[in-house]
Each structure stands twice: as structure tokens, then as C-alpha cells.
Unconditional design. Structure first.
Length: 235
């Protein structure tokens, strides 16, 4: 508790130092772009974003399911609270590095690569977690999975800002927020052992497989869309 309090205090002080002292001017004449419904229409008008929404939603769904089932599974694999905490920390460390990488000049200019590659790394890490119940293996793959998670999240942000006009960003994020919240709720339900599936390990294996399948489905859709055009535009 003391460390948590200290951490929040440091973050608060840091935020106070970086927030601009001058008041931010807001243009009240910005056109109203609608809410959730408008955001859905905007996203599905862009074929690439509509296809990328498959792995976006799947990642949230299956990482949420793994998060619940993993509480039981990882504790049994770790054998003690310290190793359990270290494994969770490995995912966070990987996510930080992945976010920095996803925001780099090379990947930041690409729309689909961070989302799809991040989804593959997440799915592979969760699948390996379930297939090999060994603490050292899970520690290693969690670094990789966290890296993919950070890259994926950054890619989602970049995709929205790159493909959607600025006036419609709010509507797009409103829709995505609703989708992601629904996926989190479903993931918590599906990830609860005994509610749908009894085995926590089987839930984790299914979550990893589902994440990889969602990325594959999006790739098939993108290739099919590009075949119907003379030049590839879904980049």
C-alpha cells in the first residue's frame, strides 16, 4: 500500500510538471460529428479499419478472459506470490517497450502492421502460456506478449488518427470505447472458470487461439479486398 501511494504521488507530481501552465483554447465552432452511431458509420466506411476492428475487439476480449483465468492458473504455476508478481510485471515491462516501439517513426507511419503484429504476439504468448505451464517459459513469453500488447494499443491509436478526419475522432473513439467495454465484460465472463469452461488452462489456450484466429481472419479480409483493386490500398 505504501508503494502504491508513493507511486501515485510521483505520477501526480510528474503530471503537474508537464501540464502546460497556459490555458488551452478550445474552438467552440468545431462541427458536431455525432456520437456512437456516427462513430460506427465512420469506422465501417473505411474498409481497412472495419477489418482491423476484428483483431482489435478480439485482443480486448481474449486478454480480459486470460486476465481472469490467469489469476488461478498463474498462481498454481508460480507456487508463490513473488514469482506470480514477477510474471505479471514482465507483461507490463514488455508493454512499455512495445508502446515505445509502436510509436517509432517506422511503425508509427504504418496502420495495419502494429495492430496485426501486436495481435499475433499477444495470441502466441497466451497460447504458449497455456501449453507450457512453466514459470520461466511464461516469464519469457509474457515479455513478448506485453511487447505485442503495447505495440497493438499504439497501433490502434495511430490507425484512428491516420484514417479518420480530425472532426470525427471523438465519435470514432466513442464507438470504440463501447465495443471495448463490451468485450471486457464478455471476457470476464468467459474467463471465469466454471461459468462456461471449467478448466482455467483450457480457457487460456482458447484465448490464445482465438486471438491468432482473429488476426488471420483480418489478414484474409485485407488480401481479399486488395485483390479486388488494381493497386493495394489497405496499408
Amino acid at each position: 500500500m505504501a508503494l502504491n501511494a508513493l507511486g501515485f504521488t510521483v505520477l501526480a507530481l510528474g503530471a503537474g510538471l508537464v501540464v502546460p501552465r497556459r490555458a488551452v483554447r478550445v474552438d467552440l465552432k468545431e462541427p458536431r460529428a455525432g456520437g456512437v452511431g456516427a462513430g460506427a458509420r465512420i469506422l465501417f466506411t473505411d474498409r481497412l479499419l472495419a477489418l482491423l476492428l476484428i483483431p482489435m475487439a478480439a485482443v480486448v476480449l481474449f486478454t480480459s478472459a486470460e486476465g481472469v483465468a490467469g489469476v488461478f492458473y498463474l498462481r498454481s504455476v508460480a507456487g508463490n506470490d513473488t514469482l506470480y508478481a514477477v510474471m505479471l510485471g514482465a507483461w507490463s515491462v514488455g508493454a512499455l517497450i512495445g508502446a515505445l516501439t509502436g510509436g517509432s517513426r517506422f511503425l508509427g507511419a504504418r496502420v495495419r502492421t502494429p495492430v496485426l503484429l501486436g495481435g499475433v504476439l499477444i495470441g502466441a504468448a497466451i497460447l504458449a502460456e497455456g501449453l507450457w505451464p512453466d514459470a520461466l517459459v511464461i516469464l519469457a513469453v509474457f515479455l513478448l506478449g506485453g511487447f505485442g500488447n503495447g505495440m497493438h494499443n499504439t497501433g490502434v491509436r495511430n490507425a484512428v488518427y491516420a484514417r479518420i478526419p480530425e472532426a470525427h475522432h471523438g465519435a470514432a473513439w466513442a464507438y470504440l470505447t463501447v465495443v471495448f467495454k463490451i468485450m471486457v465484460g464478455l471476457g470476464f465472463l468467459l474467463g471465469t472458470p466454471g461459468l462456461v469452461v471449467d478448466s482455467d488452462r483450457l480457457i487460456i489456450i482458447a484465448a490464445g487461439t482465438g486471438s491468432l484466429a482473429a488476426v488471420l481472419l483480418a489478414l484474409v479480409g485485407i488480401r481479399a479486398a486488395n485483390r479486388h483493386r488494381r493497386t493495394p490500398v489497405l496499408n
